[in-house]
Design a protein around this ligand. Structure first.
Ligand code: NAP
Length: 309
């Protein structure tokens, strides 16, 4: 088994920026891109806040550009998922299907995944009228009356995007104050197709496996009254969970469940293992902050490798 200097797990803005920097430092990084190559940005449309794109850029296009930039300097991007990482031996062993890779350092850039409500009907109706990705599934809801759950920027963004297809989009939020930024709230409020249903929380998704979702059981948070409402589709947009499964028994996490990094670095509690992007950031969670932290992780890995050489 050939020993690698650095293996990067994850291919969102954090992982690919780490790959650009590590490749330019002659570390010949391997990037395991995972099942969702490009990360969460491949599921968004216009990215308007990534510096350098005054007219905005499509999420998937931005990720293709970052990947091509990393490859240009010699990063190897592999469209496979890492199955396990052995961290009680050094060099570390990374298993990908039948293949095993030995490595002196690892950059974790596994990102975060959509949170679910964990209520009745959710698992059985997922993909049958229930979705966590407007960009992926919005097209199926042409001229339909649909609902978006959540009160943050994701919910506003999903709702605005869905108005391209749907007849109406109702945002259901559990409080009377939206968490989203003012600019996103203003955009949603200005959109004639968007309505708000506040101080309600879903307690069950209604429908069955064969005919799909047809309604939501909602609880009013003020008086606990229950009502069933009809819907043609629901998009859950209530935030994300960090993807830490590969390291859950070994890596230190913070009070929010994200990987804990030391001081102002990307260092974790494990020597030679660095974390960047949304898997270690419960606060900013932006593409640009993820990219910045990917740069930090590559520089930290480079310095670590110099120290042990
Ligand atoms: P978020 O800011 O954490 O908002 C999650 C929303 O879902 C909150 O309104 C929350 O309600 C609600 N929620 C959470 N759990 C719930 C549950 N069990 N039942 C009902 N509602 C629930 O997550 P986000 O919207 O994904 O945004 C994450 C970060 O990405 C933010 O920093 C955001 O600014 C950024 N972002 C930016 C853009 C953009 O600028 N275009 C787009 C997307 C995301 P409460 O408010 O009551 O807690």
């Amino acid at each position: 088994m050939e020993n690698k200097k650095v293996i990067i797990i994850g291919s969102g803005p954090a992982g690919l920026t780490a790959a650009i920097y590590a490749a330019r430092a002659n570390l010949s990084p391997i990037v395991f891109e995972g099942f969702q190559a490009g990360g969460q940005l491949t599921m968004t449309t216009d990215v308007e806040n990534f510096p350098g794109f005054p007219e905005g850029v499509m999420g998937p296009d931005l990720m293709d550009m970052l990947r091509n930039q990393a490859k240009r300097f010699g990063a190897e991007c592999i469209l496979k998922n890492v199955d396990s990482v052995i961290t009680d031996k050094y060099p570390y062993i990374v298993s990908v299907g039948e293949e095993k890779y030995s490595t002196d350092s690892i950059i974790i850039a596994t990102g975060a995944s959509a949170k679910l409500l964990n209520i009745d009907g959710e698992s059985i109706l997922m993909g049958r009228g229930l979705s966590t990705c407007a960009t992926c599934d919005g097209f199926f809801y042409k001229d339909k009356n649909i609902h978006v759950i959540g009160g943050g920027d994701s919910a506003m963004e999903e709702a605005i995007f869905l108005t391209k297809f749907a007849k109406s989009v109702t945002i259901i939020h559990r409080r009377n104050k939206l968490r989203a930024s003012k600019i996103m709230i203003d955009r949603a409020k200005k959109n004639k197709k968007i309505k708000f249903l506040l101080e309600k929380t879903p307690i069950e998704f209604l429908g069955d496996h064969s005919s799909g979702l047809n309604g939501i059981k909602l609880k009013d948070i003020n008086n606990n009254q229950i009502e069933d409402i009809q819907t043609d589709g629901v998009f859950i947009a209530i935030g994300h969970n960090p993807n830490i499964d590969l390291f859950k028994d070994t890596i230190q996490i913070d009070e929010n469940g994200y990987i804990k990094t030391q001081d102002k670095t990307s260092k974790t509690n494990l020597k030679g293992i660095f974390a960047c992007g949304d898997v270690q950031d419960s606060i900013y969670r932006q593409a640009i902050t993820a990219a910045g932290s990917g740069c930090m992780a590559a520089i930290d890995a480079e310095r670590y490798l110099e120290d042990i050489a």
